[in-house]
Design a protein around this ligand. Structure first.
Ligand code: FPP
Length: 244
């Protein structure tokens, strides 16, 4: 069973188009699929779920769609946080919050503070997030330490940079899922997905349900994760409980 699942929820627009409805109807149906997914992960004891809700590139969509999505997020924040808190979910947001309205930022902060001590599951919402931006910000933080004289350039290595990217306090995603038929990572968690198992589905996000998620989990269960090692080494490490 994966401890951490990361999902690109793609296909809302096409789902609506197929029904000759406005794209926002697809996003609303997508929000219901988000609730189903959280429920499923809680039932299965998945420790962390990271959802790509809005990329840094999505700001470039038609203004009307961006505005409607913001309204949807605001409504979801107002409606869902009580229930998530009740279910013991810790909610966090990753990405550039400075681009959101004050109302949304305030609700994000409040949701994070309110659910800080919850331990049933960590739900990370990537909003105005970009993987390259994440790595660039980590590099900037280290450069600032070098400039301040508190860090030597030769002290910078993978471990240190990895401690400055988003979600550094969580194990990296074990399983990445993308719906909607495209087989790309689309600037999601570039650093964090280095050894993640990737699983793609043609299903459009609003149709995502427990059956499809179970297919992904079954597929994941049959995979051998070698982290660059050989099968024999992995078997020996697993016997000693020494896998990353
Ligand atoms: C991608 O589908 C989806 C988005 C850009 C928005 C994701 C938002 C939701 C799932 C709704 C609610 C989320 C939360 C966290 C409350 P697309 O529009 O790119 O679909 P298309 O590729 O078919 O056009």
């Amino acid at each position: 069973m994966p401890g951490h699942i990361a999902i690109i929820m793609d296909g809302n627009g096409r789902w609506a188009q197929q029904r000759r409805r406005p794209r926002m109807i697809g996003h609303r149906a997508g929000a219901r699929a988000v609730n189903r997914t959280i429920e499923f992960c809680l039932e299965r004891g998945i420790a962390a779920l990271t959802l790509f809700a809005f990329s840094s590139e999505n700001w470039g969509r038609p203004q009307e769609e961006v505005d409607s999505l913001m309204k949807l997020f605001l409504g979801a924040l107002d409606r869902e946080v009580d229930e998530l808190h009740r279910r013991g979910v810790r909610v966090r947001f990753i990405g550039d919050r400075s681009r959101f309205s004050a109302g949304i930022v305030q609700r994000m902060d409040k949701a994070e503070q309110r659910t800080l001590a919850n331990a049933a599951m960590t739900l990370n919402i990537a909003a105005s997030y970009g993987g390259r931006q994440d790595i660039a910000l980590a590099a900037r933080a280290l450069a600032q330490q070098v400039a301040a004289g508190t860090l030597l350039p030769e002290q910078i290595d993978e471990q240190l940079l990895g401690r400055h990217v988003a979600l550094a306090d969580l194990p990296a995603p074990d399983l990445f899922i993308r719906t909607g038929g495209d087989t790309r990572i689309s600037n999601f968690l570039l650093w964090q997905l280095a050894y993640t198992e990737l699983w793609f589905s043609d299903v459009l996000w609003p149709d995502f349900d427990a059956t499809i998620l179970q297919q992904a989990l079954d597929d994941y269960a049959g995979r051998e994760r070698r982290f660059g090692l050989t099968s024999a080494q992995i078997a020996a490490d697993a016997a000693q409980g020494a896998l990353p």
